[in-house]
Ligand binder design. Structure first.
Ligand code: NDP
Length: 400
């Protein structure tokens, strides 16, 4: 039916390649391209059918355009790093190819997540008659679709939204991040921010925290308020929301290491001079930390990511919790990756499938909550990320 090019051969790229390869009726041809082609070849060798590989530096628009013109894919799935988003969008426009990513653009020199740079491509994609789907991972991605689904089927208006991301898995390493360490640490060490009555409220990094009791035997865990990019698009597209927050679990051990690394300057993105060479401490730290892809065989336990929405239905106040439970070892058995890469890669494949099947179509730049949630939700159940929705009538601790 269609040809896709996956750019990026890290933890997430591996899962996307596996999941696309499992659906030959949709993804007839697959090209896996990345900066280091040998990593593409390692992934290709694990797949149930042949895919081609290519080398590309996606920061170089001309190089990406040349590859796209040679390969002529229908769609690019960008699972490189957020720094490449704009360059790959430019290349897609020039080569006439649709675009999908899982994380919003971030300038390398500043830890700042904002959609403004990618929303600025709205006119260019519309005029070119091309579609760009932003943030088709889990969070952002599935969490946006969950919100749209609750709004469509359960609540007339959503007033309070809490997105809660729990990784109850254990990899047994003293300190490691579950996805790209540089992106992960930039995100976690930034100020917390949440939406309240039409304004952003800032908190010191990881200052606001509380306990939340997770389902599926996970039990109570400490959750920490962070800024996360879907808050920006969801509050734009559902302006009735009075308060929207994002929370993530961290173990005491992770936080202790992060604090020490922060205190000694190792998480800084300010360049420092070392033996006549300029280095960025966080990039040096990344070189020392385990590659997230190597955590796959080691990680045991579950993830639970979901949304609690408080709102009204037919004038009555209601609260719903919608979530997925994913098991690290089951993911590894299926696609040789842990659940963090799996929960990102599966929605990237489904977003691509929605576009190629024209269930989601339209020129311009789209966030996930703007599109019909139903076919995407069906595919989550079918392709490895089943969800459940429960009505909550007891206090959860998230009321305030
Ligand atoms: P990794 O660091 O494991 O992989 C990144 C890949 O991108 C590597 O193969 C890397 O190549 C490649 N790459 C980096 N720069 C370039 C470039 N200039 N040109 C071509 N390829 C390049 O990251 P992950 O797989 O963990 O994450 C991938 C993306 O998914 C990130 O954007 C991340 O933010 C996002 N993500 C989204 C989540 C969500 O729920 N929405 C959750 C988790 C991640 P090389 O091997 O040469 O370095």
């Amino acid at each position: 039916m269609a040809k896709v090019m996956i750019i990026g051969a890290g933890g997430v790229g591996g899962v996307v390649a596996h999941k696309c390869a499992q659906l030959p009726e949709v993804f007839t041809e697959i090209v896996l391209a990345s900066r280091t082609e040998s990593k593409c070849k390692v992934i290709a060798a694990q797949l149930p059918r042949p895919v081609s590989t290519a080398q590309v530096d996606a920061d170089n628009v001309a190089e990406t355009v040349a590859l796209l013109k040679r390969e002529k894919p229908d769609l690019v799935i960008n699972v490189a790093l957020p720094y490449q988003d704009l360059a790959i969008m430019d290349a897609c426009l020039e080569a006439g190819v649709d675009y999908l990513d899982t994380a919003n653009y971030e300038p390398p020199e500043e830890a700042k997540f904002e959609y403004k740079w990618q929303w600025a491509y709205q006119d260019k994609f519309t005029e070119a008659g091309r579609m760009a789907l932003l943030g088709s991972g889990f969070d952002p991605g599935v969490t946006n679709v969950y919100t749209a689904y609750l709004k469509k089927h359960y609540l007339d208006e959503i007033h309070y939204l809490d997105i809660i991301d729990c990784n109850a898995g254990d990899h047994g390493m003293p300190f490691a991040t579950n996805f790209n360490p540089e992106i992960n640490i930039r995100e976690v060490t930034a100020n917390g921010r949440y939406w309240q009555d039409g304004h952003w409220q800032e908190t010191a990094p990881l200052k606001e925290n509380r306990s939340f009791d997770f389902p599926a035997g996970i039990g109570p865990k400490q959750i920490y308020l962070m800024y996360h990019e879907e808050l920006e698009s969801i509050t734009k597209h559902l302006p009735e929301i009075k308060r929207a927050r994002f929370w993530m679990t961290f173990s005491d051990n992770y936080l202790k290491h992060l604090e020490v690394l922060g205190n000694i300057g190792m998480t800084s993105i300010e360049p420092v001079e070392f033996e006549g060479k300029e280095i960025i401490p966080l990039q040096f730290l990344k070189a020392l930390l385990p590659d997230p892809a190597s955590l796959g065989p080691l990680t045991k336990g579950k993830t639970c990511i979901g949304c609690i929405a408080q709102g009204v239905k037919d004038g009555v106040k209601k609260t719903y919790y919608i979530y997925n439970i994913c098991d690290h070892q089951e993911c590894y058995a299926e696609v040789q990756s842990q659940a963090i890469s799996y929960t990102t890669g599966v929605p990237a494949m489904i977003g691509a499938k929605m576009m190629l099947e024209k269930k989601w179509a339209g020129a311009g730049v789209w966030n996930m909550e703007q599109l019909d949630p139903d076919p995407f939700m069906d595919d989550l159940n079918q392709y490895g990320l089943p969800w459940q929705v429960v009505e909550i009538d007891q206090p959860t601790g998230m009321e305030k």
